[in-house]
Design a protein around this ligand. Structure first.
Ligand SMILES: [Zn+2]
Length: 370
């Protein structure tokens, strides 16, 4: 094992400025071009050629310096979970936060900023590095739109680093769940609620019975399930003919996920049987669970990069989904790294200065050591 090198000099002012520029660009899915227009002029002078694929992902190639082997791909997503029109990022001694009008968008612009400044820093220092492929995706937060459509044969790398996990910098996601999304509809029979309710079958009662029988919340260490939305009925004087649930199940274990979805289906079918209704149960695979071995070269590279940044690597499991799910599914070993952002998907979202500098150092070490 080669010795762990020292830190790479990072231009903190330039890092912060680029981060703030990207935060100020409202880039909910559909508007990612606004971020692309900041990235391209920043990196093109370094000899990085960019093009967009058919779905709008921004792909870049940075030739190696004194290296032609060991190509890796770096990824972050250009969209934010909600629109951020007019949001002005506020900078204080601790970090950057939103003005309260919307999310900040550090998820995932902190990931983008870290990758961009890492490239500039490695270039400034004249360090040798492997070829780097950049894949900046669209529509991650609305359902992995860009990564699902991504063609793995459009790049050479078979190892990628996804800068898009919560938790402190140093965490490496080695286990992530599969997710199934469910839409179930209960059908009863409409009737006048005051004149002849006995002729009706309430779909809302069917729904209540189904939910009552359904295992939900934390099922076990690996498995969770949730009903996130219900809808049904027409008016207080009509026995409800139809009601609907939108639900999900996740598990780090695919067999347990299967068991959980079966239990949810059974709860719906039993309720319909018992109360004399009918049902439809649609399940849709959103993504598949994955697990990475600690000996995987990409995981070992992440370990080394984090250690070289003066941090301690921790291998963790997550309950969340990311573009790493899709890349892993497509045969590109994908390691999702914690970026250090806090309270994402809320108006309290923030990015500590220290975390932004740390994740940038980790990205620079990845590039230098790949
Ligand atoms: Zn994200």
């Amino acid at each position: 094992m080669p010795p762990i090198p020292g830190p790479i000099s990072i231009n903190h002012d330039r890092l912060l400025k680029n981060f703030l520029d990207m935060l100020s660009a409202d880039s909910f899915h559909g508007n990612e071009k606004r971020v692309e227009q900041i990235i391209r002029p920043t990196l093109e002078p370094l000899g990085i050629n960019f093009h967009c694929d058919t779905i709008g992902n921004l792909l870049g190639y940075w030739p190696g310096r004194n290296r032609s082997d060991g190509v890796i791909m770096l990824n972050a997503h250009m969209d934010t979970v909600r629109p951020t029109p007019g949001m002005r990022p506020i900078v204080d001694d601790i970090g950057v936060r939103s003005d309260g009008s919307s999310v900040l968008g550090a998820d995932d612009k902190a990931g983008l900023a870290a990758i961009i400044e890492a490239i500039r820093s490695v270039d400034d220092a004249g360090l040798d590095h492997a070829p780097i492929e950049l894949v900046f995706t669209v529509g991650e937060d609305v359902g992995h739109v860009g990564s699902k459509a991504f063609d793995p044969n459009s790049i050479q790398a078979r190892t990628s680093f996804v800068f898009d996990a919560g938790g402190p910098v140093g965490h490496i996601v080695v286990r992530a769940p599969g997710q199934v999304r469910i839409c179930a509809t209960l059908h009863g029979r409409a009737a006048h609620a005051g004149i002849e309710p006995e002729l009706g079958t309430s779909a809302i009662s069917l729904l209540a019975r189904a939910i009552d029988r359904m295992p939900l919340g934390r099922i076990d260490d690996d498995t969770t399930a949730n009903i996130g939305r219900i809808e049904g009925g027409m008016a207080s004087n009509i026995v409800a003919p139809e009601a609907r649930i939108e639900a999900e199940a996740r598990s780090l274990s695919e067999p347990q996920l299967e068991t959980q979805v079966t239990a949810m289906r059974l709860a719906v079918s039993k309720a319909a049987d018992e109360l004399g209704g009918s049902f439809t149960f649609n399940e849709q695979r959103f993504y598949t669970a994955y697990e990475l071995n600690a000996n995987t070269p990409g995981v070992q590279l992440a370990d080394r990069a984090i250690e070289a940044s003066g941090l301690t690597p921790h291998h963790v499991s997550t309950g969340g989904g990311s573009d790493a799910h899709e890349f892993n599914q497509k045969g590109i070993t994908s390691i999702c790294l914690s970026v250090g952002y806090v309270d994402v998907h809320t108006v309290d979202e923030s990015m500590p200065h220290e975390a932004l500098r740390d994740i940038t150092q980790v990205a620079a070490q990845l590039i230098n050591q790949a």
